[in-house]
Design a protein around this ligand. Structure first.
Ligand code: ADP
Length: 360
């Protein structure tokens, strides 16, 4: 008798079928080489990633990079021109959105204006033909989860934007979906409300340990606060995917370094690093907060001339031109420290541990 084959890294004692079942169970959303085109525009090109049960993946990227299109492909709102979408191991590529069993929250809330909060939240349960006796307690439960239990009889127009978004979240959760998709859910809210709702979403996330979430945003602070892994989107492609820590501290591409954390990219060799350098061609990248201005030549730094200063609340963001390369870099200076003067020529210094190495 031959021993059963095992997948690399599979738990011991599981045969192939059992391994397959385990993998299928843990992958909640699968995108396999998915492309979406609108006429001549390729909005998503050969995109592959997976979202595990209980995991939040943020799709982060500039406007027009294909984030919403990827979400719509998962939801079934857009037909894919190539590739496969799976939910809980099931191929749903040709299935209508209603049959995919997912909850969706969009930027504009999209509540039914003539229905009360309770009716809005009950909508999905009713259209599935859920029992009356089941609907009322479930509506009360999810409204409680988002802190809106007292507003059940109001109409959407009697609520603030933040309250409407809470109702939209309750509505998405009512049918107990395994997968929840959120498309820029905070971007219609004012800054204060956004911060509160971000905290609420973190709390909700902890209450839903089995739910997979995909969160579309152009705001890196939302992505870093909520996501286990971040998928960086650029020009209709998935540029990079990894844990928030990995992508932030060891950006795999130049675009990732600049987009996530606003690093400036410098030629390899411009500075010392604490990590060994790779054999291949590489860039160096430094974040604005890692620089310090100094009026004496530092052991690890660059000669710069100050061009511009922008007050950003807790920091002043200084734009400085590097003498050697002519490129500009951003330097954050705490407001309480003395900032350099415009047109002043001095140095910026950085700890070698804060110099990131980025493959070219
Ligand atoms: P993001 O969500 O990152 O802002 P989208 O996924 O909405 O980007 O858009 C990706 C690309 O597809 C963009 O170039 C956009 O102009 C194009 N696009 C999106 N929706 C449509 C549509 N319905 N018809 C034509 N082009 C579209």
């Amino acid at each position: 008798m031959t021993a059963p084959k095992r997948t690399v890294g599979a738990p011991k004692g599981l045969d192939d079928d059992a391994v397959d079942r385990t993998v299928r169970r843990t992958v909640a959303v699968g995108m396999e080489s998915v492309s979406v085109t609108y006429g001549d525009t390729v909005a998503l090109r050969d995109c592959s990633f997976e979202v595990a049960r209980g995991e939040t993946v943020a799709l982060l990227g500039p406007s027009g990079s294909g984030k919403s299109t990827a979400l719509k492909a998962i939801a079934g709102f857009e037909q894919v021109s190539a590739g496969t979408v799976t939910i809980d191991g099931r191929d749903v590529t040709r299935l209508s959105p209603a049959k995919r069993g997912i909850g969706i929250v969009v930027q504009s809330y999209a509540l039914f204006p003539h229905m009360t909060v309770a009716k809005n939240v009950a909508f999905g349960l009713r259209s599935r033909g859920a029992d009356r006796s089941e609907i009322a307690p479930r509506v009360a439960e999810v409204l409680g989860m988002v802190g809106m239990a007292e507003y059940a009889d109001r109409l959407p127009r009697q609520l603030s934007g933040g309250q409407q978004q809470r109702v939209a979240i309750a509505r998405a959760l009512a049918t107990r979906p395994n997968v929840v998709l959120l498309d820029e859910p905070l971007s219609a809210l004012d800054a204060g409300m956004r911060k509160d709702m971000l905290g609420e979403l973190q709390r909700l996330r902890a209450e839903l340990p089995d739910v997979a979430m995909v969160y579309v945003t152009h705001d890196q602070s939302e992505a870093l606060a909520l996501a286990d892994r971040v998928a960086i989107m650029r020009d209709a492609r998935l540029e990079a995917i990894g844990t928030t820590e990995e992508l932030f501290h060891r950006p795999p591409t130049r675009f990732t370094a600049t987009f996530l954390g606003g690093a400036d990219v410098l030629p390899g060799g411009a500075l010392r690093t604490s990590r060994p350098l790779p054999d291949g061609d590489h860039h160096l990248a430094v974040r604005p907060w890692a620089w310090r201005f100094t009026r004496t030549a530092p052991s690890n730094g660059l000669r710069v001339t100050v061009e511009q200063e922008q007050w950003r609340g807790a920091v002043r963001h200084v734009t400085a031109r590097v003498a050697e390369t002519g490129e500009t870099i951003g330097v954050d200076v705490p407001v309480l420290t003395e900032a350099p003067l415009k047109a002043e020529t001095l140095w910026v210094e950085v700890d070698p541990a804060d110099v990131m190495v980025v493959p070219r």
